[in-house]
Design a protein around this ligand. Structure first.
Ligand SMILES: [Zn+2]
Length: 153
C-alpha cells in the first residue's frame, strides 16, 4: 500500500456517489456540495474539474443522454421500494396497501430527484471519461506525440 494517499486510486462507486470527476475521482463536478441547498443551483457545474482540469461538459449537449441513466436509476429505486414495501407491509388484493405504496413511492422519487439527476450525470461522465491519475500530463504527451507524427509539408 502506498504511503501517499494521493497516489491511491479512489474507488469508482465512492466517487460516483460523491459526484466526483471521472478522470481524477477527486474533484467535485458540481458547484454546490449539498444537492438540496440551494435547490435552484443543484445542477450547476464548473467549466473544468478543480483538481485535474478535465472539461466537465465534454462536448455541447454531452449530458442529453443522462435521461437513460436517470430512467434506469428511477426504475431501480421503484423496484427496491416495491420489494421493501412487500417485505415490511405486504401487498393484498383486499385492501389499499398498493395505493399507499404508490403514494409513498411517488414522494420518494420526487424527494430523491436532485440526487438521482446528479448521479445520472456522474455515471454518464464515467461511461465516457476514464480514470487517469497522471492527467493532464498524459494528455499533453499524447498531444505532443500527435504533433511529431504529422508530416511536414
Ligand atoms: Zn478531475
Amino acid at each position: 500500500m502506498c504511503a501517499d494517499k494521493n497516489h491511491e486510486k479512489p474507488n469508482l462507486l465512492k466517487s460516483i456517489l460523491g459526484n466526483k470527476c471521472a478522470r481524477c475521482r477527486r474533484g467535485s463536478i458540481y458547484k454546490t456540495k449539498n444537492p438540496y441547498h440551494p435547490l435552484k443551483e443543484c445542477m450547476e457545474m464548473p467549466e473544468k474539474c478543480p483538481v485535474c482540469g478535465q472539461q466537465i461538459e465534454v462536448e455541447i449537449g454531452f449530458y442529453y443522454g443522462t435521461g437513460y441513466v436517470s430512467y434506469a436509476l428511477s426504475v431501480a429505486l421503484c423496484v427496491a421500494s416495491f420489494i421493501a414495501w412487500w417485505v415490511f407491509f405486504g401487498f393484498s388484493l383486499y385492501d389499499n396497501r398498493i395505493y399507499y405504496w404508490l403514494i409513498a413511492n411517488a414522494i420518494l422519487l420526487l424527494g430523491m430527484q436532485p440526487l438521482l439527476m446528479r448521479w445520472a450525470r456522474t455515471i454518464w461522465m464515467a461511461f465516457f471519461v476514464y480514470y487517469d491519475k497522471d492527467w493532464p500530463d498524459t494528455a499533453e504527451q499524447r498531444r505532443q506525440s500527435n504533433i511529431s507524427i504529422e508530416p511536414n509539408i
